[in-house]
Design a protein around this ligand. Structure first.
Ligand code: GLP
Length: 240
């Protein structure tokens, strides 16, 4: 059973998770962070610089959960750009130590295996930040994703494309494919921290925390993890 932490608002949730990350890095300057995109983790990233000022971050590594396929890496909404803007630059991390799955079409057939190997060579992820989609997806593991899945190319659902259209000029600009860590990849991280805020996430949170355990509800995979923490506000907790 995941540990549930109910917070007054997203800023408070971000502060709690940032405290945990700062504690991790102070104890292990070579910590490996699992980074998520979307709007949910932004309060965590906003809270981190103040907690890590003066701390040597030169050995910290990071692995993003996912990326769009076929998007120009320099597009402001590519997850490479988002992670650079929200995490790498504000914290002054070494960009060479922060990886995002390679969504370029050239070499896409081995990009998943390459990413799995890189995570393995880094010794695995210590703390994985997770958001959750309204349909219960984590990373871009849409309903139907195997609990044993590894990093691979997937097709985005129409719901997810609509949800993410707000980041693009129009829904036609939202990519149709992605490369995402699998549920099996995510479950290997040593600590999962899932955040969700707002009533729109209540059903997805309930499915993740209370199940049933099924590939139709990808977030329910976190119930298989021995150390999962769920940080939510009252609204996101309202279906529990
Ligand atoms: C995207 C990301 C997920 C994220 C989800 C929720 O599809 N790939 O990692 O958790 O959307 O996004 P948001 O936090 O903006 O609600």
């Amino acid at each position: 059973m995941a540990e549930i932490v109910i917070v007054p608002d997203a800023a408070a949730g971000g502060a709690i998770v940032a405290d945990e990350i700062a504690r991790l890095i102070r104890g292990n300057p070579a910590a490996v962070l699992g980074l998520a995109t979307g709007s949910t983790p932004l309060p965590v990233y906003d809270a981190l610089p103040a907690r890590l000022s003066g701390v040597d971050l030169s050995r910290v590594r990071g692995f993003a959960l996912d990326e769009y396929v076929g998007i120009d890496p320099s597009h402001p909404e590519s997850y490479r750009s988002v992670i650079a803007r929200e995490v790498v630059q504000p914290l002054g991390l070494d960009p060479a130590r922060i990886r995002v799955p390679d969504g370029s079409l050239e070499g896409i057939e081995h990009a998943g295996d390459d990413y799995e190997r890189a995570i393995g060579e880094a010794g695995g992820v210590d703390l994985q930040i997770l958001g959750i989609g309204t349909d219960g997806h984590i990373g871009f593991n849409e309903p139907g994703s195997s609990f044993a899945s590894l990093t691979r190319v997937k097709t985005l659902t129409e719901q997810t494309r609509q949800d993410n259209a707000r980041f693009f000029d129009s829904i036609d600009d939202v990519p149709r494919h992605c490369i995402t860590q699998g549920l099996g990849t995510i479950l290997r991280a040593r600590h999962l921290v899932l955040l969700a805020f707002g009533a729109g996430k209540a059903a997805a949170v309930a499915s993740a925390v209370e199940g049933p355990l099924t590939a139709s509800l990808p977030g329910s995979a976190i119930q298989l993890h021995p150390h999962a923490t769920v940080v939510i506000d009252e609204a996101a907790a309202s279906d529990l």
